[in-house]
Design a protein around this ligand. Sequence first.
Ligand code: ATP
Ligand code: MG
Length: 587
Amino acid sequence: MRFSKLLIPTLKEAPKDAVLPSHIYLVRGGFIYQVASGVYDFLPLGKRVLDKVRNIIKEELDRAGCQEVQLGFVTPAELWKKSGRYEKYGAELLRFEDRKANEFVLGPTHEEMMVELAKQFVSSYKQLPMNLYQINLKFRDEARPRFGLMRGREFIMKDGYSFHADDEDMVREFNLMEATYRKIFQRMGLDFRVVEADSGAIGGEGSKEFMVLADSGEDTIVVCEGCDYAANIEAAKRKMPEAPTEAPEALLNRFHTPNIKTIEELSKFFSVDPYYLIKAVAKKALYDEGKSEIVLFFLRGSDELQEVKATNSVGANELVDVTEEELEAVGLVPGFMGPVELIRKAEVAEAESPFYEEKAHPNLTMVFDESLKDATDMICGANEKDYHIVGVSLCGLKDLKFADLAQTQEGDCCMQCGGKLTYTKGIEVGHIFQLGTRYSEPLKAEFLDQNGKSKPFVMGTYGIGVSRLLAAVIEQNHDEKGAIWPVSVAPFEVVVVIGNAKNEAQREAGEKIYNELKAKGVDVLLDDRPERFGFKMKDFELIGFPYAVVVGKKLADGHVELIERATLERQEIALSDIANIVAEKVQ
Ligand code: ATP
Ligand code: MG
């Protein structure tokens, strides 16, 4: 192809809102064009990269026995109502009606549709296992679309769904998909890690994310310095922290703490390690059908609440902040909240209980972090202005609900090997998930097993952020001049730049090299534009083709220049050798 004929609108200036290199270079390099917030057109170069990414994904998936299909982007709302996600999915789900008032959604993911398909056509265990996938548009009305292709509203995803007769076979497929995804991302030249991920309210162990390591990543990953443990911070586990030696031993009692509200102030006031303070975090948990409740989460003062873990612990759709007024309305005293009700209940049997019934707050849902199991010598809020309680023990308190709520911190110890845990940043480009019967059951998608018994499909689901990958590749491969595409996904593998388009000899040599490379199957672009040489080189650096062959002044001695984009190193090569050398480099 010829540069002069292609629509490659390179720009000098980056869009105002672009901060990430990938966003800047994809727009400036003429790959994409923003038409609305979070909605992009792919221009010829962008489409070429997209197709290469798609092809790699398709090749590996087909090799692993998956079957490509393509489902409607417009999805009947009916199916979403049946699965219970019509409400649950919240504002990200774009709902609309057709002229006959039939309700639809634009698919943000396709579990419902794919389950419906299997339900229609798969009825016997003999047809299992089956893995169906598509590479297709998704729409999520994201609250904050940003960073170009990284977080769009309309974006392209590969989503796959597998159907099995039992758990064991589903786990086999899950492992096969993990291996397949590894191959896919390796072929794209990405530096990535496979991490344990949050499985949402569904729970279970089987959820892994593929994270491209990049400082600009929106996800925090916890990695162990000593072993291969890696997890998304939303799911990261740790070895229970050890107790600091000096515990504030005291008899259970109320203590006057005038205006001492924060963990920091309290720790100073009592001269105790925050480990021995009970931190209370109140949130409003939102459930289906508009239901909500205020939930109190308790942690050690040395820990922070991990919101995803907290959300899962109560099976909520979302946690939102509460105002002081809302807390007061349910009898809580902001700044002095504690599990007083529970302590009072335990103590009330004893005649000399230091607590008064009216000081106890009403029955609220309370969840304790697992590190508080059997905690003693604790200090907590008295749920009374300017008072805390000292000498609190959670031993023997009945029916406490414990869950892993605390955010794993840098410096915590690895559960697997005891090594030091640290943070790093990643871009989520893939997610594989052991679903079980979460959708097949409510949607009544069943098959007949060997004994003629009806059973719901056991499912797995597997996603790849196809358009996001374009951004992820650039985040890992760029310099201050522009993008640096790996050969496997580059828009063209090499550009042949005619130094001076007015020079007949240069033009002829350029055409000759171009044709030779094409004949050898190299994906080559000829920059035949009547522009200044410097201008064309700037475009080469900005767009980031892996190689450039420059046909310039040295042609007089029978030489051309080969430039490698990654290093910008130049090499003089004889005209007669250049096609072979380039072909070798890109193959
Ligand atoms: P995120 O946590 O980044 O919002 P997610 O967990 O909601 O992603 P999944 O439902 O697992 O995403 O979707 C599968 C893949 O689709 C993700 O791994 C990601 O690469 C991609 N993806 C998700 N949301 C977007 C988006 N708004 N824009 C581009 N790609 C996305
Ligand atoms: Mg995900």
